[in-house]
Ligand binder design. Structure first.
Ligand code: F6R
Length: 235
């Protein structure tokens, strides 16, 4: 895994946007895997300002709370529209459907859709303080395909900042599995802030464990991790 250390969040965001831009220029019909959460907000801000043709891009998001209405301003569908899709026109965009009546059927639909699109060329990931990627939470065993997951107490607490209170955080989510993530041709991980320093260290430890799902990325052949100095444990 390659690590790029940036001075601060703004530099990290610009650096991430440059990598996504290079991907789109090299392959204008790229299939992008996108993440939500606070970390990629700056990347999306830079990306939507780039003079780029997104019209052949297909975008698939990593995860979505379940159940949640798309119109809920905390849904990831809403987040993506708010931060990116209202500004650019892509060929297609998809996200696990938080309104689907049958979670299992929705997960199968999602995996099939990504496969039919030719697989993800570049997957953008954030990093949970507990080591999760997507909503693949630390566990004895991790799932390969897209699946419904119970969020851990640590994730509910970390995400409570976006909701009125902790009780309002949905308890479940639909997420791409480790198989879906690892099948991406390239992976770009972003981590910013002191609270990510521990997990960044574990991610590069040379040990792979389902207790730190992000550590599995060490088995992938093309991963770039962009950290700021705080997440690198320097500040
Ligand atoms: C979001 C996602 C999560 C976040 C992670 C970090 O789509 O899948 O894994 O990337 O929880 O969140 P932030 O960036 O808010 O620290």
């Amino acid at each position: 895994m390659k690590k790029i250390v940036c001075k601060n969040y703004d530099e990290l965001s610009k650096c991430g946007a440059d990598i996504v831009t290079a991907q789109i220029k090299a392959k204008p019909d790229s299939v992008l895997g996108l993440a939500t959460g606070s970390t990629p907000i700056g990347l999306y801000k830079y990306l939507r300002e780039m003079p780029l043709d997104f019209s052949n891009i297909s975008a698939y998001n990593l995860d979505e709370y379940y159940p949640i209405e798309k119109a809920n301003d905390q849904s990831y569908a809403y987040f993506m529209n708010d931060n990116l899709f209202q500004y650019i026109t892509v060929k297609s965009k998809d996200i696990p459907n938080g309104e689907a009546p049958d979670a299992e059927a929705e997960c199968r639909r999602y995996d099939k859709a990504i496969e039919q699109a030719g697989g993800i060329d570049l997957q953008v990931l954030g990093l949970g303080v507990n080591g999760h990627i997507g909503f693949n939470e630390p566990a004895k065993a991790l799932s390969v395909g897209t699946h419904a997951v119970d969020l851990t107490e640590s994730t509910i607490e970390a995400n409570a900042r976006f909701f009125a209170n902790k009780e309002a955080v949905p308890r479940r989510a639909l997420t791409l599995g480790l198989g879906g993530i690892m099948k991406a041709k390239k992976i770009l991980v972003l981590a910013s802030g002191k609270n990510k320093a521990d997990v960044v260290k574990k991610m590069f430890s040379g040990e792979v464990t389902t207790d730190v799902p992000a550590s599995l990325l060490q088995l992938h052949g093309d991963v770039t991790v962009i950290v700021d100095e705080e997440a690198n444990g320097e500040a």
